[in-house]
Design a protein around this ligand. Structure first.
Ligand code: HEC
Length: 239
């Protein structure tokens, strides 16, 4: 009996994810130490997300330092700022957001941690045409979402292919119905850069840990070498 229960528990995640109609989450395969990707992701975020979603824990100066933006580049990125101080807030008033979308766009500082990078990566790529929705799109992982398809120009349009299961149509896959400006693979890479940036923004300190780690390793190597030399020197006369 115990064994059956354990097996059920172990298999549960597979059953849950194989639920009919739920999209398989895909991994962006991102790397927060890839600075070029983070820089591209940051630019995309500012261009396409910051208008609605703040990143209230991300300081402009920290962003500049971590991603190596020059003074010129950071000014170009945030032309509306008189001085580069404070954190990445949005210009949108939450009250306006509620009036326009029915809900306020949440701050995304910690959402990459909470939702997971796979979820966000899949979410941003699974908007599909649904005329019944206010923005003409729905989303496969976030049903009836109140966010427009902000990558519509790059990705193009997708339509849902459904299967009838006892009177209830469920989505089995999405099919491209109109091409976007980017070929699908390139679009996926673009979204992966953005998700990479959100992963970094959720915990900027992870970059420091890595660089600290390098010094620790270097110290251990030198220390090991010195101890070895010392040992040889001490034992020289004994042998
Ligand atoms: C025009 C405003 C707008 C823009 C631009 C926008 N979003 Fe959204 N987003 C929303 C709103 C509103 C919601 C809340 C949807 C809901 O709850 O139905 C949302 C929800 C989300 C969620 C789900 C959050 C959660 O906690 O469940 C994520 C993730 C997200 N957006 C990411 C992004 C990213 C990344 C971009 C840029 C590529 C972006 N959004 C651009 C308005 C926007």
């Amino acid at each position: 009996m115990k064994r059956i229960i354990v097996t059920c528990l172990l298999l549960w995640p597979f059953w849950a994810s194989a639920e009919l109609g739920a999209p398989p989450l895909e991994s962006p395969g991102n790397d927060v130490y890839d600075t070029e990707s983070l820089r591209r992701g940051a630019k995309l975020y500012v261009e396409r997300c910051l208008g609605c979603h703040s990143l209230k824990h991300m300081r402009y100066r920290r962003l500049q330092q971590d991603l190596g933006f020059s003074e010129e580049e950071i000014k170009q990125l945030f032309p509306q700022l008189e001085r580069i101080v404070g954190t990445m807030t949005t210009a949108m008033d939450p009250k306006d957001a509620e009036r326009w979308f029915g809900v306020a766009a949440p701050d995304l500082s910690e959402r990459a941690r909470a939702l997971g990078t796979d979820w966000i990566y899949t979410y941003l790529r699974t908007f599909y045409v649904d005329e019944a929705r206010p923005f003409g799109v729905n989303n496969w992982v976030f049903k009836d979402v109140a966010m427009p398809h902000v990558f519509g120009d790059l990705q193009g349009e997708q339509k849902a292919v459904t299967q009838d299961t006892g009177g209830m149509p469920v989505i089995v896959r999405l099919e491209q119905s109109k091409p976007g400006k980017l070929p699908p693979l390139e679009f996926d890479r673009t979204v992966a850069d953005l998700v990479n940036f959100l992963d970094y923004a959720a915990e900027p300190a992870q970059l420091e840990r890595r660089s600290l780690g390098k010094w620790v390793l270097l110290f251990l190597l030198i220390f090991g070498f010195v101890s070895y030399k010392l040992k040889k020197a001490y034992w020289k006369d004994i042998h």
